[in-house]
Design a protein around this ligand. Structure first.
Ligand SMILES: Cc1ncc(C[n+]2csc(CCOP(=O)(O)OP(=O)(O)O)c2C)c(N)n1
Ligand code: SF4
Length: 302
């Protein structure tokens, strides 16, 4: 806490996500975006795809955005951002305005993946941020390809032979690295100082940067709104959400942990409750712990 206060004291904090928006209490995404905008400052144009963020910040006749903001289609926020950047550059971009995309995991891992791939290939100087709540929350908690193995959603239900999501989450970090993105990192709302530093680095890196932020959703994951930050912290401490940072393809930092069993994280959420109700799911639990152990080894987290 002391660390955060010191960091915040160094800068003038002007909230660029105005209060009064319609996010659920305890929404991890709302907290993340507030932090992101503190770091980007007002000389920024934000593009957001359809999703919870767009919906809760822009009800008809209102907006919580204190920066220029464009709502794109669900599938094309990176392409829109490229157009905004091209327009800025055509006018010489005299103020050095930055372009930032903030999209959900459905908009990123699934429907906008082709558009993101194009943006990364073009080497556009854009910071792409995915707020990852691990499902399509705005339309009723449908599973996305960011939904983790074993999680219960409305389209990966626990019924019959199904134990929830039956395939693992896609690896967005690996996908971004495969495009030679010069800056690729993950962050958690449980460490706002680090999150803000990574936003800054992403903005300052010439060319495209990709930042993946885990943003717990109390409605979709099933937990008390007071536990949002604690849950985000537990995701990091177990190793299920590794905090890593790559520059020009090289791993330059990881957040070291003393790993706690992943069950401590899973048990906090209703979307995993079925795994603890019947021994038949013990193999699923073991498989989740095994994949977490692989993360820990892969990145040298412990
Ligand atoms: C082409 C298209 N398909 C489907 C939709 C319906 N839709 C609107 S928001 C949304 C879910 C967005 O999910 P995500 O990107 O994960 O953001 P979240 O709602 O979780 O914040 C969907 C499916 C749409 N708007 N456009
Ligand atoms: S459904 Fe989830 S992501 Fe959407 S506003 Fe509520 S808490 Fe936030």
């Amino acid at each position: 806490m002391k660390k955060m206060t010191m960091y915040m004291e160094q800068k003038e904090v002007k909230e660029l996500l105005a209060p009064g928006h319609r996010a659920c209490p305890g929404c991890g995404c709302a907290l993340a975006v507030k932090l992101i905008l503190r770091e980007t400052g007002s000389n920024t144009i934000v593009v957001s795809a359809t999703g919870c963020l767009e919906t809760f910040t822009s009800p008809f006749m209102g907006s919580s955005w204190e920066v220029p903001w464009i709502h794109s289609l669900f599938e094309n926020s990176p392409a829109i951002a490229t157009g905004v950047l091209a327009a800025l550059n055509a006018k010489g971009n005299p103020k050095g305005t930055k372009v930032v995309v903030i999209s959900g995991d459905g908009g990123t891992y699934d429907i906008g993946m082709g558009s993101l791939s194009g943006m990364l290939e073009r080497k556009d100087d854009i910071l792409y941020i995915c707020y990852d709540n691990e499902a399509y929350m705005n339309t009723g908690i449908q599973g996305s390809s960011a939904t983790p193995f074993g999680a219960d959603t409305t389209t990966t239900p626990v019924a019959g032979d199904s134990f929830g999501k039956m395939v693992p989450k896609k690896d967005l970090v690996a996908i971004a690295l495969a495009h030679d993105a010069p800056y690729v990192a993950t962050a958690s709302i449980s460490d706002p100082v680090e999150l803000c530093k990574k936003v800054r680095k992403g903005i300052e890196t010439p060319g495209p940067a990709v930042l993946l932020i885990l943003t717990p959703c109390n409605l979709g994951w099933g937990f008390d709104p007071s536990e949002t930050v604690e849950l985000a912290r537990k995701a990091v401490e177990t190793g299920i959400f590794p905090i890593v940072e790559f520059k020009k393809g090289e791993l330059i930092s990881v957040k070291k942990i003393k790993p706690v069993p992943v069950e401590e994280y899973l048990k906090m959420q209703k979307r995993y409750q079925h795994l603890f109700k019947d021994d038949v799911f013990s193999e699923v639990l073991q498989a989740i712990q095994k994949s977490v152990d692989e993360n820990i080894l892969k990145y040298g987290l412990a």
